[in-house]
Design a protein around this ligand. Structure first.
Ligand code: PEP
Length: 256
């Protein structure tokens, strides 16, 4: 059985001091994560503070929200995989729709980022998802499987096992209109079938597929009850410690 994973994407929120306070509060509210793995993704500037604020038992792992595919060089404003490893990151979110739509991250660039992360032992959390117009045109499956295949080109079976996929319909991110568990589950099935076709059923079975898009304490239980959904990528609701702690505790309690 795949271990459930809850990821909090802080986006461009929290100074270093605020990150310290949030990690301390979360550590009080969620002393043990047990069956559920929890990953926090602060902005680059707060990663060090968040790492320092984690208790020795480290109930949470850290993720970055992006990286550059080169290790170093003349890339003003960019941050590389070795730099993130050095800060204590274990994961990196790649291909988030906000990066795809506002910062020119296309499948080719994302693929280079996935390879860079894997080269340095960072576990990618690869986001895929269709726009509202794609969904209306019934192109959801074509779009997400295309993104998956292009972003994972050249990945070995062993590398695939370390990867997490987040299905994030663009129309559900930050809108308050989450997909239904049935809508998400259907796309998750398609994604898993694509993984099985490309890398074999056994490797494909090991990849966690998360749902993301307006996940809240109120709706997370329904997503967790689905055996097609291995966890959640949470944006807005992860900035409030009580909400995020409730989401984690429901992920621990709700049986599939
Ligand atoms: C996200 O940013 O990945 C996300 C899912 O945001 P929200 O939960 O706010 O929709």
């Amino acid at each position: 059985m795949r271990r459930r994973l809850i990821v909090g994407n802080w986006k461009m929120h929290k100074t270093a001091a605020e990150a310290t306070a949030l990690v301390h509060r979360l550590s009080e509210l969620v002393p043990q994560t047990g069956e559920v793995e929890v990953v926090l993704a602060p902005p680059f500037t707060a990663l060090h503070a968040a790492a320092q604020a984690l208790p020795l038992s480290r109930p949470f792992a850290l993720a970055a929200q992006n990286l550059h595919w080169e290790d170093e060089g003349p890339f003003t404003g960019e941050v590389s995989a070795p730099m993130l490893k050095d800060l204590g990151c274990q994961y990196v979110i790649l291909g988030h729709s906000e990066r795809r739509h506002s910062f020119g991250d296309d499948d080719k660039k994302i693929s280079k980022k996935v390879h860079a992360a894997l080269r340095h032992g960072l576990r990618p959390i690869l986001c895929v998802g269709e726009s509202l117009s794609d969904r209306k045109k019934r192109r959801t499956k074509t779009v997400v499987t295309g993104q998956l295949r292009k972003c994972l080109e050249g990945i070995s079976k062993d590398e695939l096992r370390t990867l997490t996929i987040a299905y994030e319909p663009v129309w559900a991110i930050g809108t308050g209109h989450a997909a239904t568990p049935a809508q998400a589950g259907a796309v998750h099935d398609t994604l898993r079938a694509t993984l099985a076709r490309g890398w074999g059923a056994e490797a494909g079975e090991q990849v966690r597929i998360l749902y993301g898009g307006s996940v809240t304490p109120e709706n997370v239980g329904a997503f967790m009850a689905s055996d097609q959904i291995d966890g959640a990528l949470v944006g807005g609701a992860c900035l409030d410690p009580q909400s995020f702690a409730t989401i984690i505790s429901l992920a621990q309690r709700v049986a599939r």
